[in-house]
Write a protein that binds this ligand. Structure first.
Ligand code: SF4
Ligand code: SF4
Length: 407
């Protein structure tokens, strides 16, 4: 049998170069899905060997294809296999391309059609009103009028929120924190408000590349109208789309400079623009979200931010940076199999429990939301906060939403 999309993306040879060393199965910090399932097909090696066997006709698709589909969708796209593999297989890209193949064969997991329908109808993954992207929570910030006025204003710099950071209570706190920080130091930026559509990441992760195109093109056109030259976002999943995947999967060259929010804020701190007045007096640990860390390479910037915060005693997680365990929320696994994602989060909770920290921070709205939800269910009662919120608190900034979420 054939997987034409592997050829289309120049990936057809990679399943044949796996050396079968099994390091992606047993190596330090490797596959979280294998750690839970203990089934070989869930590892990088298993997926490469199954793909290879199907391409060579050594397995009857009637027996092998569904197993590969289960493993390809039962993956958080965390990049752990790519991190430990001795070869240069671009695993995450191959998994997404194969998801596209399964979509074409009508083998999409049950929830995918509904997720797509919601997203394309509402222009956001929550299926909520676009008007609420800011107006749903702007009463939480003391700078409500300034924020509403920024919508659609011309500027060379744009803050792209992302869906989670616009609609989920805990993730919104990092959005508010960012706007208050930038307002306090007088940085100019624009926001799209209800004209900001989802970046399309869920569709690309589901394997529906063309479905993401209209969303991407809408946002790009809006930013061009406003004279935007650089875009920053706190969501590493949105960052990955804007910085890499529009080009890789949709062949779109938008021409904007794309920055991860914590790199942006780290630079502002280094330039001396941010002044800290309020010691936090906390013991802190840090979770490297997969798209920020392994898939994005942003290990130092969040740690530079942490080092600059007053009153913070920092302790790394036992598995950190390249070896950081996925929280379980990546790769649309929560939509495919919520119970499986929750089982993965227990591995993360065990790691967090091994620290003396009382606060766990991350630079990913999706991780922060999922950890806040899942850690207590694994008897881990540490406070979960976005790193941007800690920056704002150390600057002495306060707002109503934070009190509502954490009191
Ligand atoms: S991307 Fe992560 S979850 Fe998926 S196979 Fe690789 S290590 Fe496992
Ligand atoms: S680490 Fe790489 S080469 Fe080794 S078994 Fe896994 S996919 Fe194959």
């Amino acid at each position: 049998m054939d997987f034409p999309a592997l050829k289309e993306f120049g990936l057809q040879d990679y399943p044949f170069i796996c050396a079968q060393c099994s390091y992606c199965q047993s190596g330090h910090g490797a596959c979280p899905t294998y750690k839970v399932k203990r089934t070989d097909s869930y590892t990088g090696k298993g997926k490469m060997l199954l793909t290879r066997a199907l391409l060579q006709g050594r397995i009857d698709p009637a027996y092998g294809l569904q197993g590969l589909a289960d493993a390809i969708y039962g993956c958080t796209l965390c990049g752990g296999c790519a991190e430990v593999c001795q070869t240069d297989i671009p695993f995450v890209k191959i998994y997404q391309v194969l998801r596209g193949e399964f979509k074409k064969r009508g083998m999409w997991p049950e929830n995918m059609n509904l997720t797509k329908e919601t997203l394309l109808k509402a222009c956001n993954i929550q299926g909520q009103a676009q008007m609420d992207r800011i107006e749903g929570w702007s009463y939480w910030t003391p700078n409500e009028d300034e924020l509403l006025d920024k919508q659609g204003q011309p500027s060379e710099t744009a803050f792209f929120f992302g869906c989670g950071s616009s609609y989920r209570g805990i993730a919104i706190q990092a959005t508010i924190a960012t706007t208050l920080i930038l307002d306090k130091i007088g940085e100019d930026y624009t926001v799209l408000g209800e004209e900001e559509y989802c970046c399309g990441a869920p569709l690309i992760m589901m394997g529906d590349f063309e479905g993401a195109r209209t969303l991407a093109e809408h946002n790009i056109a809006k930013y061009k109208e406003l004279g935007v030259k650089q875009i920053f976002t706190n969501c590493p999943g949105c960052y990955k789309m804007w910085a890499h995947e529009y080009k890789e999967f949709l062949d779109i060259d938008h021409g904007f400079k794309i920055r991860y929010g914590y790199e942006y804020i780290s630079d502002l701190i280094k330039q001396g623009k941010i002044e800290f007045t309020n010691p936090l007096n906390i013991k802190l640990t840090y979770h490297d979200g997969c798209d920020a860390g392994r898939n994005g390479g942003y290990y130092d910037e969040p740690r530079d931010v942490i080092k600059s915060l007053p009153g913070v005693e920092f302790e790394e997680l036992p598995h950190n940076k390249e070896s950081c365990y996925c929280c379980g929320s990546g790769g649309v696994l929560r939509a495919v199999d919520g119970g499986f994602a929750a089982d993965i989060s227990k591995l993360k909770a065990d790691d967090v429990k091994r620290t003396e920290a009382d606060v766990v921070a991350s630079g990913c709205p999706s991780c922060v939301e999922y950890l806040k939800d899942q850690l207590p269910q694994a008897d881990c009662n540490k406070v979960v906060k976005d790193l941007m919120v800690l920056v704002a608190e150390a600057m002495g900034l306060t707002w109503d939403g934070l009190g509502e979420i954490y009191d």
